[in-house]
Design a protein around this ligand. Sequence first.
Ligand code: PLP
Length: 393
Amino acid sequence: MKKEMKVGTLCVHAGEAPDPLYGAHTTPLYQTSTFVFESAEQAAARFGGKEGGYTYIRVAPNTPTHAVFVQKMAALEGGETGQTFSSGMAAIAAIALSQLEKGDHLVSNDVVYSSTYSLFSSILTKFGIEVSFVDTSDLEEVKKNVKKNTKLVFLETPANPTMTICDIAEISKMAREIGALSVVDNTFATPYFQRPLQLGADVVLHSGTKYIGGHADLLGGVVIGRRGFVKSMRSVVNNMGATLGPHEAWLCIRGLKTLHLRMEQHARNAMEVAQFLEAHPKIEWVRYPGLPSHPQHEIAKKQMSGFSGMISFGIKGGIEAGRKLMNRVELCSLAVSLGSVDTLIQHPASMTHASVSREVRMKVGITDDMVRLSVGVEDSEDIIADLDQALNW
Ligand SMILES: Cc1ncc(COP(=O)(O)O)c(C=O)c1O
């Protein structure tokens, strides 16, 4: 693929070539758990790392279908290579387990997806890894919290569910200066709107379950970075066993082919919905990175080429009013997850982030009145009409 290909062309074509065996136009789904060797010598060479190729589905590079998904994602993120996982959480766990050991220190966003928070605060700490949750939207706070043993700086931007944004370029530079690895969870923005590696980050990861798959029909994860980094995860990847299924890899490839089209529509709709909500008398506050009222709107403009489809907002009357809204919507689905073609509405304090203690939630701004909206690709008039009727009591 020529370097100068534009992003839409990469979505459609990157990593893919006609099937050399039968000439199938689309990437074949290699639904197999094991591979047949031509000889015992070839098997020994593959297992001994002397020859590339496939051996067993759990062992990287898994199957040719997985390899195409990795190449497409690497092209989109502008990275060298990557690794797929059975979920976004498996991707995050594999990064942490492969890069950190007893006595190391991890700096993380204070607002992260709840399972990331639990993994860092309750699981890594059991193995003697120190963790500091920091308001990464404040560079001084990051500076104050890094230490001699800081090995990894984990950023989620925009953050789930507060939509807080941190400066990827500045924090990655700071991490590099102290010899720490900078890792960005790019699930909310996607490579269509934000490319962390080009901003200086070392590693980027996604929950493929969200915008990458795009249709709320799979669970998957993917990590993209330098060849050396991906190799350093190999042992954890091969032995942890959080392998993406071939069908899910294939669905991710298919999802990515329309990423550019979907993301444009998600973002256009989200901006219209955010403006509608901001002007609505029953709405107390709205957080959307594309609105000038977003506290880090200037950083968002600097590092994102669009603002994606996620909005959080507070409703007057708090959680009771929020429940009423969620029970009254007709087109929007009351469901967790995000990044699907259809609009999803949920209440972080009692749903996605219910496992985070109220004390922590209050400290980091996951307030009881917060409602989160994953704006789909329907016609915006219909999404707005649904919210309007649901708010009309
Ligand atoms: C920002 C972010 N990262 C990671 C994850 C975890 O992804 P998965 O559900 O695929 O494990 C999620 C899930 O909602 C998420 O929102």
